[in-house]
Design a protein around this ligand. Structure first.
Ligand code: FAD
Length: 415
């Protein structure tokens, strides 16, 4: 007799896995269903920086900057004309969200989520002995230009206003701390609360821990559709034709959540923001503090003895085709700041799709349009950071408890 009292989670990325872990630890029956393997999507190769109270994508001034970038092949942004046309409503909302008022509102929420998520990394990694290169060195946002330095100082002021431990380092202090930087950097905003890790090892480690706590983890089992009955979800149907009954379903399939939701009458307007990584073994001094290069939007994270360069935002539809020019832009951007990048031995190259909402906030909460459905997606550039906190919110919702955060701004019903 199939068990229809369980929670079924669709998607084995960091969001689905953290949700399964939290539910299993609370003794709830939970089955996670993943199309490929755990951490097959964006959670596999991202920059691995847990950036506490990091601003969302829509920010004041970004819309104009983005408009200029669209005509610069070396810029971190690419929107293909075909995708751009179908993205018009999304772009319009994005444009309107690039305002100081929206940013202030978003930051108030993201700071609360940051405070919730940060200690959870310490707890989960220690409790479950997850070997994922966890490093508590903070994250430095490094500027080369006066404009970048102004942006960095503003970031420090904003973070401190939110109660985050952040300081401004002069160019000299940056080079003294990190001799990997070339002389001439203008300074850095150092968020000392941020942490870093290998995202694939963390996600797979949490999945293993969830399994130990009683979760059923099924991989290579793509979900075809949500099964609904009388306006409520009753389970999922797999591509194999198998029906998996459920008391409730958590939709955490990254960018695929939009397609699965749509088929069940739940609108989740998101765009796939493709990003890349290239790993290198720099010939120069090793970087020890994870960084973001402000003017180039490149994240540099020491990982497994190499340096992972990650970034770019490419809106070209839902596909994982890699463009060499984008990968080269990462190396060229890093070369402007760091020694030993040019001619460095290359390692892995990867791309993944960020599930991006136009207002920059994740989608977390129950859906009014389908009873028993909890949506947990749309984390864009912050999914790794907000994974543990999201898992906690999902578990509270599944158990009918009041979450510690007001979920209204993240509601799936806001669209
Ligand atoms: C280059 C890059 C750098 C980044 N750097 C950072 C960073 O430093 N810090 C940070 O916080 N975030 C970062 N991010 C963002 C972060 O990677 C994402 O927000 C996060 O991984 C999203 O997790 P997810 O679980 O929602 O989606 P995913 O990781 O994409 O997982 C979704 C899962 O669902 C599965 N799935 C899809 N369809 C189905 C189906 N039909 N049935 C069953 N399963 C299905 C997929 O196979 C996949 O495993 C970065 C992203 C990129 C691309």
């Amino acid at each position: 007799m199939p068990d229809d009292t369980r929670t079924v989670i669709i998607g084995g990325g960091v969001i689905g896995v953290c949700s399964a872990y939290e539910l299993a630890r609370r003794g709830e029956g939970v089955t996670l269903i993943e199309a490929e393997r755990i951490a097959a999507g964006a959670s596999e190769g991202n920059a691995g920086q847990m950036a506490i109270a990091h601003p969302p994508l829509p920010r004041p001034g970004l819309a104009w900057r983005a408009a200029r970038w669209m005509f610069d092949p070396k810029s971190p942004l690419l929107i293909s004309p075909r995708a751009g046309w179908s993205m018009a409503p999304w772009l319009w909302t994005f444009w309107r969200s690039c305002s100081p008022r929206v940013l202030e509102r978003s930051m108030a929420l993201l700071a609360v989520l940051g405070r919730l998520t940060r200690p959870m990394f310490d707890e989960i990694i220690e409790r479950e002995s997850i070997d994922c290169g966890y490093t508590r060195a903070g994250v430095m946002e490094v500027a080369r230009t006066d404009a970048g330095a102004r942006e960095g100082r503003d970031t420090v002021a904003m973070l401190r206003g939110l109660g985050v431990d952040a300081v401004w380092l002069s160019g000299g202090e940056v080079v003294e701390r990190e001799p990997a930087f070339k002389a001439g950097v203008a300074g850095a905003a150092w968020n000392r609360e941020s942490v870093s890790l290998d995202p694939a090892r963390f996600t797979r480690g949490v999945a293993e821990a969830a399994r130990r706590h009683g979760a059923i983890i099924r991989d290579r089992a793509p979900v075809r559709r949500l099964i609904t009955r009388d306006g409520a979800v009753a389970g999922v149907e797999l591509e194999s034709g198998e029906h998996v009954p459920a008391a409730r379903v958590v939709l955490a399939a990254g960018i695929a959540s939009a397609r699965l939701g749509r088929a069940a009458g739940v609108r989740l307007p998101m765009q796939a923001g493709k990003g890349y990584h290239r790993e290198i073994e720099p010939a120069g001094p090793a970087l020890t503090t994870p960084c973001v290069l402000i003017e180039r939007f490149v994240a540099c994270t020491p990982m497994n003895g190499r340096l992972r360069l990650a970034g770019t935002l490419e809106f070209t539809g839902v596909n994982t085709r890699m463009r060499r020019a984008r990968l080269d832009a990462l190396s060229n951007g890093a070369d402007e700041y760091l020694k030993g990048v040019r001619g460095a031995a290359p390692g892995s190259e990867w791309c993944g799709l960020r599930p991006c909402t136009a207002d920059g906030l994740p989608i977390v909460g129950p859906s009014r349009r389908a009873g028993g459905l909890i949506v947990a997606t749309g984390h864009a550039m912050l999914g790794m950071t907000l994974g543990p906190a999201t898992g906690r919110l999902v578990a509270d919702l599944a158990q009918g408890r009041t979450p510690p955060v007001d979920l209204a701004p993240m509601s799936p019903d806001r669209f």
